[in-house]
Design a protein around this ligand. Sequence first.
Ligand code: AMP
Length: 625
Amino acid sequence: MKTFKDLGLIDEIVSAVSELGYEHPMPVQEKSIEFLLNNIGDVVALAQTGTGKTAAFGLPILQMVDAHEKHTQALALAPTRELCIQIANDLKNYSKHIKGMKVVPVYGGESIVNQFKQLDVPPQILVATPGRLIDLIERGKVDLSRIKFLVLDEADEMLNMGFQDDIETILQTTPENRRTLLYSATMPKEVMSIARKYMKEAEEITIGKKNSGSENVAHVFYMVQAKQRYLALKRIVDMNPDIYGIVFCRTRQETKEIAEHLMKDGYNADALHGDLSQAQRDTVMKKFRLKNLQLLVATDVAARGLDVNNLTHVINYNLPDDVEVYTHRSGRTGRAGKTGVSVTIIHTRERNRIREIEKMINKTFEQEMIPNGLDVCKKQLMHLVEKLDNVHVNEEQIGPFLPAIMHRFEHLSKEELITRFVSEEFNRFLDYYKDAVDLNVQQDDRGREKRGERGERGDRPERERRGDADAVRFKLDIGSADGISPKRLLGILNDITEDKTIRVDDIDITSRNSFFNVPKVQADKVVKSFADQEDVQLTVVSSSRGGGRGSRDGGRGRSDDRGGFRGNRSSGQGRGGDDRKRSGGYGDRDRKDRNDRGGDRGGYKKGGDRQERSSSQGGERKKRW
Ligand code: AMP
């Protein structure tokens, strides 16, 4: 195994990385450093976050930049302010023994005037987010005309976030003879096209397979009824008492709700999403980094800047639309040589999505069973026992109180005492799980849900039912065969109700129907808005699906799907062209969600396919959406 010195790095850098505890170069470092120091070409490197990319480009650049020259010689572009700060801090650490080397981060969300000051003497290395950099170039505060190195870090994320034009503008202001180094976790065609257009004979460095996740991550999924996702999440968390992870949700609303539920239920969790101010986001991230929070519930965009190495779990509360997003999410665990688990909770009709992801990432998912109440209790109990066994006793502080305590417990035997201590801590759990039902979906040999064998949800304890009691469940007579996706559904609801505040939850889409919950207080508005709609029919499925009956109604909706409501579908037939246009217009709420995700590449892509397919399925299913 090579050392940093073997790669040709100077002593100042070797000693800095060794002080950071880096013993050997990571694979992407070995390949990048060797190539960059001994060649003059560009680099396109496919590597996950957490694989050591910053040192891979940072160390050779620090070595090749002249610290005596006071002009900007290297620029690293990063998608988020957090990553920008992180890269700059890493580079400062790596260069702490190089006299005169200055690294400055510039990013949006902070006073530009403060950043002006730092640029009075130009740094040799500038780390920037694209938008802020363009601002500074336009104000004449940054001169990129003598750049020798340009790094595009997390290039796929930058493009996802809509920075393509900014990146091209920046690339055009830098000299042609610069060396361009592009690092990306995935290689969508947009990234390849930037590489082809702006890079010369680039050396390709691939760590792992294309679009594959880290080798250190185990991928598992649990299959439950869609409406039991939250209960499943709690069981998974309870089964892992030392969990330290991110729960990824699809929308800000879902993020807020899940975090609120978790906090209400006594978990050490908080939310991170785009509706928080930068200061609030910083506070949450800080708490999470310090492990004062065990679970961070986050949207993909909000979690982007978060750099944490020792996550035990990533939980996909919902699957993302895009496989690449899954790769990014799961790549947040299993970093820096550690192992991790990427957990996905799917409902019964998402089995195919798992297969799609397996193909893309070239990894197999293990299906695991949601633990039953007894398993969870055993696990928690043993964890408590372990904690008691290892507890640090501060004799000095506890000492003065002990005689009184001993006296108070004199009448109890050791066994009785232990039983009481453990019960005190543990009764809450035993009580909660005493009637817990099996959350696993019964499956046939081919992994499909067995009908009519669902658990007796009517017997669920009160706390397990909490969450959707005040909702009305609706059904629309359009489904995936009509091109309906959760996002499209939200767009339609948004458009028809003309009310963006309607809170839609628990979406379930079958081929022919879409089910969703709306809080009771908003249900009337939904019913009225749909009353005069000719081409889509809304039905109330249940007005309180939180309890056992309501849940079964959700199930009945699914069986209706197998035939019951077909007759309703007549008014919208044969309206092809116009409707296509209209369906494009159902997008405001989508757009909001897409903004949160920083650009949607998956949402409507398949629409065209579906339209063709469905029209060939016969007249009845002609497209309306
Ligand atoms: P990065 O992908 O650059 O964000 O690096 C991921 C994490 O790995 C960071 O916390 C680095 O400090 C750490 N790291 C980078 N290179 C090494 C190395 N050679 N040995 C140990 N840790 C490293």
